[in-house]
Design a protein around this ligand. Structure first.
Ligand code: HEC
Ligand code: HEC
Length: 259
């Protein structure tokens, strides 16, 4: 009799242990994607303009040392320190939108390296493992480098699949659905996208301007957020939007006024 009770209680005890450990596992797994998405989005904003994201960072004045390897892009100063200036909004470098025009440097993209290398190896590249002139650890903290590596590993999309580079139109973007999605954007940017001017009085830049002129930049910023924006612009990735929703908003934003 006692044996039977023991067997029954052991049965329930193990059952409870399995269930509760199982639950803890699910909770832990459910928490991870959110934290991971935050890290990836922050990495994407660092890729855009890291000194607007790293606490206390100073905007560099001199050219990044690797800049001297090229002569085609005539820009100078802090812009030469932005990952996007050398590797592109589409992560494809010389094989992407920056393969020609005034942004041309001839530098490779990050897409291939991100597919082949681990997050640790990508972090090492940012600490100068392949080339000491590519060492960003004097300006980026270990946690910034970790977010950048997470972004490279988990946050890139193959932009060429989603944007037609000739017409600059999103591939498969739905204007009507984008209009519904845009309600969120309109809260800060206004229904016509003109409430915030990113340019100057003389040369205004609105949501419609960026959407039409630079769909690659638009896609990056909508997915990952705008560095240093106040109020903080949410990253679609953190909101849980998929790429289709981003392309729908791009399609609708291209109907908004440019001036
Ligand atoms: C001044 C230009 C410049 C800037 C700024 C720059 N890089 Fe690079 N990066 C290079 C060059 C040049 C290479 C070497 C590419 C090659 O092999 O042709 C490189 C290589 C890489 C690679 C490895 C590519 C491979 O194929 O192994 C990664 C990843 C990378 N950069 C990420 C970044 C990130 C992230 C940032 C921003 C923190 C950044 N880079 C900023 C110029 C730059
Ligand atoms: C909470 C407010 C807020 C929301 C919501 C928001 N943004 Fe922004 N956005 C900003 C701010 C602030 C800036 C930076 C303005 C500046 O630099 O002058 C910005 C910048 C931008 C830029 C310009 C980036 C550049 O520098 O060229 C674009 C494009 C943009 N937002 C589009 C959108 C779209 C599309 C949505 C909806 C998916 C959206 N925003 C949602 C606040 C917001």
């Amino acid at each position: 009799m006692k044996k039977a009770i023991l067997a029954v209680s052991l049965f329930f005890l193990t059952g409870w242990l399995v269930v509760s450990l199982g639950l803890r596992e699910t909770v832990a797994l459910a928490a991870a994607p959110g934290a991971k998405a935050e890290s990836i989005a922050r990495g994407g904003q660092l890729y855009d303009t890291w000194w607007k994201v790293v606490p206390g960072a100073k905007e560099p004045k001199d050219n990044q040392p690797l800049w001297a390897l090229q002569t085609t892009n005539k820009r100078k100063g802090s812009i030469t320190w932005r990952c996007k200036e050398c590797h592109g909004w589409d992560y494809a470098g010389k094989d992407g939108a920056y393969g020609g025009g005034s942004h041309k440097t001839g530098f490779a993209g990050v897409w291939n390296a991100a597919q082949k290398k681990s997050a640790d190896e990508l972090a090492a590249v940012l600490k100068g493992s392949a080339n000491p002139q590519h060492n960003f650890s004097s300006v980026l903290r270990p946690e910034d480098i970790a977010d950048l590596a997470n972004f490279l590993k988990g946050g890139l999309v193959d932009v060429k699949k989603y944007v037609d580079y000739k017409s600059k139109k999103p591939i498969g973007g739905d204007v009507a659905r984008g209009k519904t999605q845009y309600a969120l954007c309109g809260a800060c940017h206004g229904p016509d996208g003109k409430k915030l001017n990113f340019g100057s009085d003389k040369e205004p830049e609105y949501v419609g301007t960026i959407a039409k002129e630079n769909p690659q930049e638009f896609t990056h910023k909508i997915r990952l957020g705008q560095p240093g924006s106040n109020p903080a612009m949410p990253a679609a990735l953190v909101l849980g939007w998929d790429i289709k929703q981003v392309l729908d908003v791009l399609a609708y934003s291209q109907t908004l006024p440019e001036k």
